[in-house]
Design a protein. Structure first.
Length: 563
């Protein structure tokens, strides 16, 4: 049993929890609660799957029940062990503890075959020879009933023989299928004699070449839940129309019948959530693999610097609904900021350096200044930041002809250096092109931060790094992958037409304070006044530090959330 982690925290309020609470009150399942997360191993998990994991595991945790991880591996032509491994890693990373309950549809292939034979013997399934095009034509339309296949009334004996020969590999792919015999005039198209088994002469990643017929998703899914004793089969809304079919299969077989409950899937703005479309992005080289930090995959978010806690908080914020809606990606970014603000180590980093020489500062002096590691958590303590005659500031923190309200460095103007002194710009040095390449400044030694020697105040404070101590790094600035809110909305256009050409900017000469020199892949930082960053696991080497921008500091959701 999973430990109840919400004893001191009120359970979420949503319609699924209300159903489960009522089921427990009435002892519908003998007080049991058993959920599962059933991904198909045909791609990497994305943020929509994360919502489902949080919901299913959260239910099991909150009601002291059980939670299974189960792979619906019924299509060997699209499934790979790589996907299985990545899914297991993602589920564990999110903290969803399936203990030793990891299962596969392929574990039940023999049992599913036996069930199919039972339906054939009952006259409820038959082997059909129609090719896919004719089968589609015979199925009819939403407004017109379907037609029965000319092979629908084969005898039980003939169907048993043909099905066995299908299993033995005597037929080509597409030559025959096994179909359920339900109702070709049903208004629910899924009940018009759906396919249960198709021939696929493909090796399976777990069963090898044992099988050449494989169950369809609709035939297998309800059986898996039944075999595992799932009490509450939580699905997204697109499976609501599948429920009568699952019910029909289970009722005809007379076996254990879980309760299916549907909820609205997560749709995120400026994002595509289709695994097929995500695979296109990978295969076309538009992104740098499934774990590209611009991808909405869990592995991509992990590499970008997201935390499991932030994703859980996001899932709680959006809640569980009965109707589909488009969630603003800014809400996810808000959840990330809220979490990283509490845990991220602060450092100073200059992405576009501009040299500053402090003319009246001693040539060989290096001061060790105190800097706070995280103002949100005093237990993180402080660090020493070296300060010297030559420093670098951000190019955008200086303007020769500033607009009104610009409170950073200007010719003849003053600004405070974070944790250090107030400096004044005395001279602007330019190159042959007229570009500013260096500032000559003076400092006021009485204005050292925390010294209490001066009451002098200025409006602006900027960050900096010491030139001789700075660590050169590569910084990868990630932005939204698409330029429109819903890339899939226009059915007349390819979603790839809306790719954001500026979704990745690589800065090769960023400079950071020396505190980061021993940073390891996955370490998270707030670059003061810049945003949150994470050490990249893919491109960082012993000789090169690479940082991914997790999220910017700007937050449009903070005010509305906190009101």
């Amino acid at each position: 049993m999973l430990q109840n982690q919400t004893d001191s925290k009120e359970k979420p309020k949503n319609f699924i929890y209300e159903i489960i609470e009522e089921d427990i009150r009435t002892q519908k399942w003998g007080g049991r609660v058993h959920t599962r997360f059933p991904p198909e191993p045909n791609g990497y998990l994305h943020i929509g799957h994360a919502k489902s994991i949080c919901l299913n595991y959260g239910i099991a945790r909150d009601f002291n029940g059980k939670f299974n991880l189960r792979f619906d591996d019924t299509n060997p032509t699209k499934e790979e062990q790589e996907y299985v491994d990545s899914i297991i890693e993602d589920v564990k990373w999110l903290g969803a503890d399936f203990e030793d309950r990891i299962f596969f549809a392929s574990d039940y292939f023999d049992k599913m075959y036996e069930y199919a034979v039972q339906l054939i013997k009952k006259g409820k399934a038959y082997v059909d020879d129609l090719d896919p095009e004719l089968m589609k034509e015979y199925r009819g339309t939403i407004n017109e009933p379907g037609k029965e296949s000319p092979f629908r009334n084969r005898s039980v004996e003939e169907n048993l023989e043909l099905f066995e020969r299908m299993r033995k590999g005597e037929f080509k792919e597409g030559e025959k299928v096994l179909r359920a015999k339900i109702d070709m005039s049903s208004p629910n198209m899924l009940l018009r004699d759906p396919v249960m088994y198709r021939i696929l002469h493909s090796s399976h990643h777990r069963t090898g070449d044992k099988w050449c017929i494989y169950p369809t998703y609709d035939w297998a899914h309800g059986l898996e839940d039944s075999i595992e004793g799932i009490t509450h089969s939580i699905c997204t809304l697109e499976f609501e129309i599948h429920r009568p079919l699952y019910d029909w299969f289970l009722d005809q077989l007379g076996i254990y019948h879980p309760q299916q409950i549907e909820f609205a899937r997560l749709n995120l703005s400026y994002t595509v959530m289709s695994k097929r479309k995500l695979l296109e992005l990978v295969q076309n080289g538009i992104v740098d693999g499934w774990d590209d930090p611009r991808m909405p995959t869990i592995s991509g978010y992990r590499r970008r610097g997201y935390t499991p806690e932030a994703i859980w908080n996001f899932a709680e914020m959006i809640g569980v609904a009965k109707r589909d809606a488009l969630t603003d990606i800014a809400l996810l970014e808000y959840a990330i900021r809220e979490d990283l603000n509490k845990r991220a180590q602060r450092v100073m980093g200059v992405l576009n350096p501009l040299k500053v020489t402090i003319t009246n500062y001693p040539d060989d002096l290096v001061e060790e200044l105190d800097a706070v590691n995280n103002p949100e958590d005093s237990s993180m303590g402080s660090r020493k930041v070296p300060f010297s005659k030559e420093i670098f500031i951000e190019q955008s923190d200086f303007m020769e002809n500033p607009p009104k309200g610009f409170h950073r460095l200007v010719p003849g103007g003053e600004v405070r250096l974070r944790y250090a002194y107030i400096i004044k710009c005395e001279q602007v040095i330019k190159n042959e092109k007229g570009e500013v390449v260096e500032l000559k400044c003076s400092y006021d030694p009485e204005t050292k931060s925390g010294s209490g020697k001066s009451n002098k105040k200025v409006k602006g404070t900027i960050h900096w790094v010491s030139a001789k101590h700075a660590v050169k790094c590569e910084v990868r600035l990630y932005d939204r992958l698409f330029t429109v809110e819903d890339p899939s909305a226009d059915k007349e256009k390819d979603f790839k037409e809306f790719i954001n050409p500026d979704s990745l900017q690589i800065i090769s000469n960023a400079l950071l304070e020396p505190f980061v020199i021993n940073a390891k892949p996955g370490d998270k930082f707030q670059f003061e006044r810049q945003g949150y960053f994470c050490v990249d696991k893919k491109y960082t080497t012993k000789d090169k530090l690479v940082f991914n921008r997790t999220v910017t500091l700007k937050d449009t959701w903070a005010k509305s959330i906190k009101q």
